[in-house]
Structures are given as structure tokens and as C-alpha cells.
Design a protein around this ligand. Structure first.
Ligand code: HSE
Length: 310
């Protein structure tokens, strides 16, 4: 038997919601899991892609260190089994190491496909907990599973609590991806273990503003909300161009905010109105002046989470 799951990309943090806010985006990976009939064939993992850098593909482990395998193993273990003969194929279209949730998507895809193969022993709550355990934080895996714009939290007992927000249709999401990469573990390592109280209070205020602004389509409040003092200041040096892009867009009336996508280096520009073409030019030129090529796309929120294709 063979099952394929299709999983959206995600962007996390969205300014003040470090490790909490996330949004699904319409770019997808597909993960296929096949039970091989021949006993003793073990675990076979392959990665295919039409658009990724070959070196990126080659850097993905294809042994038991692969995160898809780790997630699948946890699922099997949760029902007292061990995966033995499995063929895992990852069709990777979500850019790797750009801050667009490529790792969350393959974890979720592996879990969903394996769950289907096993006759669905895990419900959504169990899948969320296992995916968060492998990923380390819930803000990418939750929207990858449930779609939409989500606030999520992993509680001490491992449960993931989430709620969806209704994103205003007229707020466009510009996903700006530079040609360089940034590994999430490096981007996390530069954040200090302890944060000044005034910065924590700043983000508390901004997160509350964010939720209210999204729920009431309050653009003025959103312009205040899309700021951060917990992670972006520490990551600035790892993301050439981010501070310049923020500076160059500061007087654009239609820009509600400009934030790091997840751990970066992709940048999200949230806009309203119709000046996306000009904003795109500003972003691309800012990076170009720093010798960085980039792709800028206007995307809608993907309201649908991961699903089984066949
Ligand atoms: N919240 C995470 C971070 C998202 O900023 O490190 C990246 O996986």
C-alpha cells in the first residue's frame, strides 16, 4: 500500500508571535510512504525536486536521522510498533532553509501518510503533539496540519492548543525570498536565553494588538503590531538586507508591516491597497544593491491544511 500526503508551506512568528503565530501558504511538498512487501528491505528514503538546489537535496539525510523517519517512528512507537519496511519519497518544492516551513511540512506529511497507512490510529491532537515534538515548536506544524492563520501553544503535558484567526482577504502577503539560506538552528542559537523584561512586555503588547487587529481588520493597529523585540533584532546580522528593506518601506502607506518569515531569511511584507508592484521593486532593488537576487510573490493564505492525495 502507498499513501501520499500534500502539505502546505508555512510562515511563522509574523512579527511579535515568536514560536506562536503561523500561517499556511500555497506552496507544497508531497510525502509518499509505501510499505514494501519484501521483508528485510529496511527503510529507503529518497528526495526529489524540480526546483531545489542539488546541494540542498544532497544535504538531506536519507537514513534514520531523516526527520520524516523520526516522526514516522514516533507515530509507530505510540501504538507499540516499529517501522520496518518502508519506502519514503519526499517531493520537495518548498524552498529549503528559507523560513518557509519546509521541515515542518515534511514532518507533517510523513505523519499524515503513515497514519493513513496504519488505519488512522492518531487523531489530530496526537499528530499535532508528535509533529511539535520533532520540530521543537508548534508555530509551523500547526498551520501545516490545520491550514489558515493560527495561534498555537504546546502545553506542559505535550498537548497543542490552537485557535484559527480570520485573516482579512484584502491584506496581501508578499513572500520575499533571497537567494541565500539560513539554517533554523543557527538562527535560534543567536537569541539569548533570557530577554530583558521591557522587551518581553513590548512583544506582549504587540501580540495582543496583532490578534485584535486581525480580528477587526484594524490596519492602524496592525501597523503597530507587526514589530518584534524577541528575535528579529538578534537575527538582523544573519539576514543581510532585512534592516534596509524595513527602512526603505517605512514610508509606504500600503505597507502594514515587514517581518522575518519564521527564522528567515525570507521576509514577509503585509500590504493593503494596490501598490504591490512598487513595493516588490523596492524589495528586489534593496537586495540587488547588496548583491542578493530574490523572488517576490504575492500569496494568499492557504486555508486548507495537509491532506491525503490518494
Ligand atoms: N518560531 C521559529 C523560529 C520558526 O523563529 O525559530 C522557525 O522554525
Amino acid at each position: 500500500m502507498k499513501v501520499t500526503a500534500k502539505v502546505p508551506a508555512t510562515t511563522a512568528n509574523i512579527g511579535p508571535g515568536f514560536d506562536c503565530f503561523g500561517m499556511a501558504l500555497p506552496i507544497y511538498n508531497e510525502i509518499t510512504i509505501e510499505e514494501t512487501v519484501m521483508p528485510g528491505t529496511g527503510i529507503e528514503i529518497s528526495v526529489i525536486s524540480n526546483n531545489q538546489d542539488e546541494l540542498d537535496i544532497m544535504s538531506i539525510p536519507t537514513d534514520k536521522n531523516n526527520i520524516v523517519y523520526k516522526a514516522v517512528e514516533l507515530l509507530y512507537n505510540s501504538i507499540g510498533q516499529t517501522p520496518s519496511e518502508l519506502k519514503i519519497t519526499i517531493k520537495s518544492d518548498i524552498p529549503i532553509a528559507k523560513g518557509l516551513g519546509s521541515s515542518a511540512s515534511v514532518i507533517v506529511g510523513g505523519l499524515l501518510a503513515a497514519n493513513e497507512l496504519l488505519g488512522r490510529p492518531a487523531d489530530e491532537a496526537a499528530l499535532l503533539s508528535i509533529a511539535t515534538e520533532v520540530e521543537g515548536h508548534p508555530d509551523n506544524v500547526t498551520p501545516a496540519i490545520v491550514g489558515g492563520v493560527v495561534i498555537s501553544s504546546q502545553e506542559e503535558d505535550g498537548r497543542v492548543v490552537y485557535r484559527k484567526l480570520d485573516w482579512p482577504e484584502e491584506w496581501k502577503i508578499m513572500v520575499c525570498v533571497p537567494d541565500y539560506e539560513l539554517a533554523t538552528d543557527i538562527a535560534r542559537s543567536v537569541i539569548p536565553k533570557e530577554i530583558p523584561l521591557k522587551d518581553a512586555a513590548f512583544n506582549l503588547r504587540r501580540s495582543a494588538m496583532f490578534v485584535h487587529a486581525v480580528s477587526t481588520k484594524d490596519e492602524k493597529l496592525m501597523k503597530l503590531a507587526l514589530t518584534d523585540k524577541l528575535h528579529q533584532p538578534y537575527r538582523m546580522n544573519l539576514v543581510p538586507g532585512l534592516s534596509e528593506i524595513i527602512e526603505n518601506l517605512k514610508h509606504e502607506e500600503d505597507v502594514l508591516g515587514c517581518v522575518l518569515s519564521g527564522a528567515g531569511p525570507a521576509v514577509l511584507v503585509i500590504t493593503t491597497g494596490n501598490s504591490q508592484d512598487r513595493i516588490k521593486e523596492i524589495v528586489k532593488n534593496t537586495w540587488y544593491n547588496l548583491n542578493v537576487k530574490s523572488d517576490v510573490n504575492i500569496l494568499k493564505v492557504e486555508e486548507k491544511g495537509a491532506f491525503i492525495l490518494n
